[in-house]
Write a protein of this length. Structure first.
Length: 150
């Protein structure tokens, strides 16, 4: 498992904030889900391809630890890496930082269990996915922030 993370960038939208223009706490789970989706896509294991194989993954645990607040119009970078690979589960770490300042905003750890779609039951993480998760997506970035490139 690599130490260099996959990176996903997004811009905080007004609708994601409270009256003080601070990101509402529940939105961080959305950011984790978006980053995980793009991480898997960057591994060549997008969600549609997984479903076509009769597989799915289910979040069984999500832990969020906040260090600072994100605000309206901030560009966030979610750094994703594999923490653990089990027989039927895997864990990803998501470090959410302010892309401009580098300030750590939130650390999330998500545990996913592999499931079959018919019948819906726990199954082993396929070898190709296991290998892809071990290798990670080092140096890859998906930027949906609309930020200006220099």
């Amino acid at each position: 498992m690599t130490d260099q993370p996959f990176r996903y960038r997004l811009r905080v939208r007004y609708s994601e904030c409270d009256a003080q223009q601070v990101v509402f706490n529940a939105r961080y789970a959305d950011y984790v889900d978006l980053a995980m989706t793009e991480f898997m896509r960057s591994l060549g294991r997008d969600y549609t391809a997984l479903l076509e194989r009769g597989l799915d993954n289910q979040v069984v645990k999500l832990t969020l630890e906040w260090q600072a607040s994100a605000r309206f119009d901030d560009i966030l970078e979610v750094r994703v890496r594999t923490l653990h690979l089990g027989n039927t589960s895997f864990s990803l770490e998501h470090q959410i930082v302010n892309a401009s300042s580098g300030e750590n905003l939130c650390r999330a750890e998500a545990v996913y269990v592999m499931m079959t779609t018919e019948p819906f039951e726990k199954t082993r993480v396929p070898d190709d996915l296991r290998t892809a998760l071990q290798e990670g997506a080092a140096g890859k970035m998906v930027d949906q922030s609309g930020g200006v490139k220099s």
